[in-house]
Design a binder for this molecule. Structure first.
Ligand SMILES: [Fe+2]
Ligand SMILES: [Fe+2]
Length: 474
């Protein structure tokens, strides 16, 4: 097991003390990161003590230590999963060869782009969520928001470490630019669309952590397969933290639904006006938010047919999530089917090589994983005796990237005209009224154990603490 230097200025298990040049470069970046956190991180909670989990090791016990910390004093560190002796490349043309401890020259720019793109999403989400602390529905939720924020900050550190350690001067420049682009900035926006979407309410936050952090999970799983071993080990450890972000999303949405069902039962109604008047979020509005964030996250996987993805796969740069589950790891001459517009207002099948279809394979795995939560939520709805079922839209709906970009379909993915879409979009996606209503519910609750009226309490607290625990000392 790798030794961890927690006393260092930058806690790490990568032996930073033995590499003075790298250590100096990262210590130089550190104040810039803290300045960014100060300006773009959670606003107005700097001095407050938050009950946070800090990674102090990468083994089962070590990586989760709990205690009160003001966020700017969080110990952001660099942690890679332990090195696996004799690890071999698990897919593509170099299958079976030793993994790489350095980046091969010919793949340098591709790896740099992938790492920068992943790295860019981490601080972007912190920026998006900057103001949410002011409207947290409970101290428990406030703490979870901040936990997610500090861990996204650590994920930025993880990517910046790779840039500094393996990409020389170019990498150092990219690391600086990661702090210069900002979510929603018209001049210097974040790289990916979803990460520029405004986030001004907690329903969107729960949707984001459920759907968009889950995209993160699949990207990290694909990168964890990489032949570039330090990238693989970095992503393996990030996945342990990512699981908590999706937990926040899944339990958050589940609690909103549970509260709505309680109100419907109390009032004995399924009239959404009455549900809203009672201060809960009606089920159709929750569905619309799902439609929005699910489809927005689908675009993050890229085009259905992609020669870039094929190139990543062939060269061992980026694999499929859980590559070991597939029978064929080389995929030469194999094909698969994707659905594309037939140019006549319909859908047709198209055969492409599996290598070209890696994005679509990953996207469909992701959609399957998203459905797990819906099945659970629908069980609750059914148990309450309410005739309603949450459903994810087709992966062709509302796409901005790939074969279906800019085309109009209904929720089932059936192509429709722009006029038909316009006429029905208020039923399918949050409209101004829905957003205004959801925002009107966002009132801050600060008494330990108390919840806002639109969300049920969690089943249990954090780290075996009570729900009533003072998770943030305001
Ligand atoms: Fe992350
Ligand atoms: Fe995350």
């Amino acid at each position: 097991m790798t030794t961890i230097d927690l006393q260092a200025k930058i806690p790490n298990n990568v032996g930073l003390a033995d590499n003075r040049q790298l250590q100096r470069a990262l210590e130089h970046w550190q104040p810039a990161f803290l300045r960014w956190w100060d300006e773009m991180g959670p606003s107005d909670f700097k001095a407050k003590n938050v009950y946070l989990r800090t990674a102090v090791g990468v083994d089962a016990q070590g990586w989760a230590q709990y205690g009160y910390t003001p966020m700017p004093e969080y110990r952001w560190g660099i942690f890679l999963a332990d090195r696996q002796e004799n690890r071999k490349i698990g897919f593509g043309d170099f299958m079976g060869q030793d993994v790489w401890q350095e980046v091969p020259g010919e793949f340098r720019s591709v790896f740099r782009r992938l790492i920068v793109t992943q790295g860019d999403t981490e601080p972007a989400s912190v920026e998006q969520q900057r103001l949410l602390g002011h409207t947290a529905p409970s101290l428990y939720d406030l703490r979870n928001l901040f936990q997610v924020n500090v861990e996204e900050g650590r994920h930025l550190w993880a990517m910046v470490y790779l840039l500094h350690a393996y990409f020389g001067r170019d990498g150092r420049e990219e690391a600086e630019e990661l702090l210069e682009r900002h979510s929603g900035d018209p001049d210097k926006p974040r790289i990916l669309g979803t990460f520029n979407e405004p986030m001004d309410n907690w329903l969107s936050f729960f949707m984001f952590t459920y759907f968009t952090d889950r995209d993160g999970k699949f990207q990290l799983k694909s990168l964890a397969e990489s032949a570039f071993d330090p990238l693989s080990r970095t992503c393996q450890f990030m996945l342990t933290e990512e699981a908590h972000h999706m937990f926040v999303g899944e339990t958050g949405i589940g609690r909103v639904i549970r509260r709505t069902l309680e109100v419907m039962k109390e009032l004995d109604t399924d009239d959404w006006h009455r549900v809203r008047n009672a201060g809960a979020i009606d089920l159709p509005t929750i569905q619309k938010f799902m439609n929005f964030w699910f489809t927005s996250s689908l675009d993050l996987f890229g085009s259905e047919a992609s020669s870039n993805a094929a190139n990543y796969f062939s060269n061992g740069i980026k694999g499929r999530p859980d590559e070991s589950r597939f029978a064929d790891h080389v995929e030469t001459g194999t094909s698969m089917t994707i659905q594309v517009p037939d140019g006549n207002g319909g859908v047709r099948d198209e055969a492409i090589s599996v290598r070209n279809g890696i994005n679509e394979i990953t996207r469909l795995e992701y959609a399957k994983d998203c459905n797990v939560g819906l099945t659970r939520w629908n069980m609750g709805v059914k148990r309450a005796g309410v005739p309603f079922e949450f459903k994810l839209p087709s992966t062709r709906f509302r796409r901005q990237v790939g074969a279906w970009a800019g085309l109009h379909t209904d929720l089932l993915g059936k192509p429709i005209t722009a006029a038909e879409f316009e006429a029905r979009k208020d039923e399918w996606l949050p409209n101004e009224d829905d957003i205004r209503f959801v925002k009107s519910l966002m009132q801050r609750v600060t008494e330990p154990g108390k919840m806002a009226g639109w969300i049920a309490p969690p089943d249990r607290g954090i780290n075996a603490q009570a729900v009533e625990y003072e998770y943030v000392r305001l």
